[in-house]
Write a protein that binds this ligand. Structure first.
Ligand code: GAP
Length: 451
């Protein structure tokens, strides 16, 4: 019987697991990596896609008041003047007069350079947007920016969405996409990088109802993390002080997660008021007012914005799922990922490489692949293979043994409890589907529990 041992998912353990098992690699690894950019490997891309899909399902598919968008990363340069990013999206930068390293002054605890103790310059504002040029001529007129948030693509499409969907307030628009920030200080693995993915909702409401919807989304978003398995004690809400508020926000709460380096922002929920629509109306000259059929009023909607990071969520789900337990003389590393997020839903393991077993195992593998991402492993002992699947969070292992050739049954071994049940191959898909959706089949009479 496995014994729980007190474990801390340190960042070193997470980074090492991610690299070793193909979740996340440094970008341009063979060239020594590129600071604060990351590549998602075969398992990482599955995990991150599953997180994005779970988000989309919860905030678009399962709701009647939301639609999706996928807007371009490069936008008209006026967007960033109107949004205030050109003027105000900056951090206070200080430089060490000795070693010339640069720091965000708000990250520093002392007055001197953390690297060499040297004297620091006075802070100056450093704009975080990446600039590039559009077209063959590089001049001021061709300057465009890589978007620092996906939100602006939603605001500038507000009228397009209204015209084509005929949605009534309150309603929201969701988008998942890349954003870029030339962060002064990065680090903590994928927590803060210069290229990252956001999952943003802009929810348009009638002014005066914004408080209600703000609280509603704060609860909704917190519950989303809980439903996908994040432990309650690892999440909290924190209200922004006046000094912290972004230039567009009337109020803001962070949902914070207890990351290995301490409590830090996982998602921000902001009340952006009518700032963005008013600014875009002013700069574009197009009215972005809403006509309320019921009250016959024209007004500019207020916007509630739950803005999450796909990479930060990936890190939080990895950290929260990481577990170690003593199993006989070994430490079993288990990623207790929610089945909806696990990269592989199952792995097929023939007990040996004997052709008769491989044939059955391959047939099962091909069949299950039609429904889910499924792994296959026939290298080394079955115990080692279970450990490998535990470590990447595969909820179920399906073992094909010699008895399977006689009785057309296989063993399903569960990641968390390590319990095993024997099931007919003909029922495997149905049983797996039920198990993946959370049904406890050990209590059902059709199958026998082995251990
Ligand atoms: N549209 C609002 C907005 O962008 P934000 O608090 O700056 O608000 C929202 O960003 C979320 O995007 C954060 O909670 C975080 O999850 C993610 N995020 C922001 N900057 C990031 C970075 N440099 N690296 C990774 N994720 C980041």
């Amino acid at each position: 019987m496995a014994q729980k041992i007190p474990t801390e998912a340190t960042m070193e353990k997470i980074v090492s697991l991610c690299r070793r098992r193909g979740f996340i690699f440094p970008s341009s690894d063979i060239y020594g990596g590129l600071s604060s950019c990351w590549d998602y490997g075969p398992l990482g891309v599955e995990l991150k896609n599953n997180i994005k899909q779970a988000w989309w399902r919860a905030v678009v598919q399962q709701r009647g008041d939301m639609v999706g968008l996928d807007t371009s990363i490069l936008m008209h340069p006026q967007v960033w003047t109107a949004s205030g990013h050109l003027e105000g999206f900056s951090d206070p930068l200080v430089e060490c007069k000795s070693c010339h390293l640069r720091w965000r002054s708000t990250d520093l605890e002392a007055d001197n350079c953390p690297a060499c103790g040297g004297e620091l310059t006075e802070p100056r504002q450093f704009n975080l947007m990446f600039r590039t040029s559009m077209g063959p001529v590089e001049d001021e007129a061709s300057t465009v920016y890589l978007r620092p948030e996906t939100a602006q693509g939603i605001f500038v499409n507000f009228q397009n969405v209204l015209d084509t969907t005929r949605k009534k307030l309150p309603f929201g628009i969701a988008q998942i996409g890349k954003s870029f920030r030339n962060e002064i200080t990065t680090g903590n693995f994928i927590f803060r990088s210069r290229e990252f993915e956001q999952m943003e909702i802009e929810y348009f409401v009638k002014p005066g109802t914004d408080e209600h919807w703000f609280n509603y989304w704060l609860d909704e978003r917190l519950n989303w993390y809980l439903e996908l398995g994040i432990k309650r004690q690892h999440l909290r809400r924190r209200q922004h002080t006046k000094g912290e508020l972004a230039h567009y926000a009337r109020s803001c709460y962070d949902i914070e997660y207890r990351f290995p380096m301490g409590w830090s922002e996982l998602e921000g929920i902001a009340n952006r008021g009518d700032f963005d629509l008013r600014q875009h109306a002013k700069f574009s000259g197009k009215s972005l007012e809403y006509f309320d059929d019921e009250t016959k009023e024209h007004y500019v909607p207020y916007i509630i914005e739950p803005s999450a990071g796909a990479d930060r969520s990936t890190l939080a789900f990895l950290v929260d799922a990481y577990d170690e337990e003593q199993d006989k003389d070994e430490v079993r590393v288990v990623l207790r990922l929610h089945p909806a997020l696990a990269p592989f839903k199952a792995a097929v393991l023939p007990l040996s490489r004997r052709p008769a077993l491989v044939e059955v195992a391959q047939q099962i593998y091909a069949d299950l692949r039609q429904c889910w991402m499924v792994g296959y492993d026939d290298a080394q002992s079955i115990g080692r293979r279970y450990r490998r699947q535990d470590e990447i969070g595969t909820p179920f292992c399906i073992t094909v043994d010699f008895q399977s050739l006689e009785d057309n049954q296989v063993t399903i071994r569960e990641r968390d409890s390590m319990n095993q049940i024997r099931v007919p191959i003909s029922e495997l898909k149905t049983i797996l589907a039920a198990k993946l959706s959370g049904e406890d089949l050990a209590t059902q009479p059709l199958w026998t529990t082995k251990g």
